[in-house]
Design a protein around this ligand. Structure first.
Ligand code: CP
Length: 311
């Protein structure tokens, strides 16, 4: 693997999921693979799970890790040919090349603006690193994608499924803020790569990018969609067509114990209790969010292993 910026970078998703599950059984099996190799993690935005699990994954492979909160450093310029006489101090061309001298792998987290769809869809931050850095780039959640989370989710479903082809439903849930589509996008892409009966439910106006959902079934009736589900993956996202807008805060879309039946409850976290999901679900045995967060380590670790093997 030369980079991991989105799901198509995985050559064989089912095999990678199986290898991650194997690695989880013996996390230090390749503890010298990353010896004298350095991961530089760049955070343009906050993180709890991604930050800690990705560092742990790299360390399990013997890598050294350096972390930079980009907002603590010089304001970066991403436009080509611009006159830098305003508030940006360093161009990404230099920054990416400089960081590449310290790093064998660079991981980047950079959320969308949610106001400029064209700019967000260009993935200008992530793709500038791909363009100007000489080290492989790993996406720790970008404007439109969160592929480490999606790999984690697929690992979790594979581990916990009790039938060959479980029914998996991605359900929108309400939130007070406008959130990105990144987690949902990557989950949808990943579910199209594995053996599941997959569908999406959300209120009208919340359709995701149809280039991503393709022919995945969408049901605007949540109760109907969740019927007999084995896994309910819950996530809020803002409108894609009315880009970045919160069109609904309809509390009736909150996930409740009644709604999910016997299904496992999945969420990438962080989650707002009793807004997105009621306590009775999150505190029940049906919630697998903690196991899911644990699997973030092994998703990142299998990705780093594949990248280190190609260095
Ligand atoms: N799920 C996830 O990416 O969590 P963090 O934002 O805390 O990293």
């Amino acid at each position: 693997m030369k980079k991991y910026t989105d799901i198509p970078d995985i050559e064989n998703p089912k095999q990678l999921i199986a290898e991650a599950i194997q690695l989880k059984k013996d996390p230090f099996a390749f503890e010298t693979l990353g010896k004298h190799k350095t991961l530089v993690m760049l955070f343009f935005n906050s993180s709890l799970r991604t930050r800690l699990s990705t560092e742990k994954a790299a360390k399990n492979l013997g890598m050294q890790v350096m972390i930079l909160n980009v907002n603590d450093t010089w304001n970066l310029e991403f436009e080509d040919g611009t006159v830098m006489n305003l508030n940006t101090s360093e161009h990404i061309k230099e920054a990416a090349q400089v960081i590449s001298q310290y790093a064998d792998v660079i991981a980047v987290r950079a959320f969308p603006t949610l106001t400029d769809k064209t700019k967000d869809e260009s993935e200008y931050i992530l793709n500038s690193f791909v363009k100007y850095a000489t080290a492989p780039i790993v996406n720790m959640e970008s404007a439109t994608a969160h592929p480490l989370q999606a790999l984690t989710d697929a690992i979790t479903i594979e581990e916990l499924k009790t039938k060959q082809k479980p029914k998996v439903v991605l359900s929108w849930a309400p939130h007070i803020k406008a959130l990105p589509q990144a987690v949902a996008n990557s989950f949808v892409k990943m579910m199209q790569e594995v053996d599941v009966d997959f569908s999406i439910t959300h209120p009208k106006g919340y359709d995701l990018d149809t280039n991503i959902t393709k022919d995945v079934s969408v049901n605007y009736n949540q109760e109907e969609a969740l019927k007999d589900a084995d896994f309910v993956y819950v996530k809020n996202w803002s409108s894609y067509n009315n880009y970045g807008e919160v069109l609904s805060k309809d509390e009736s879309w909150m996930i409740t114990k009644d709604k999910i039946g016997d299904a496992k409850f999945m969420h990438c976290l962080p989650v707002r209790r009793n807004v997105v999901v009621e306590d009775a679900v999150l505190d029940s045995d049906q919630s697998v969010v903690i196991e899911e967060a644990n699997n973030r380590t092994f998703a990142a670790q299998i990705v780093f292993k594949k990248i280190l093997e190609k260095l």
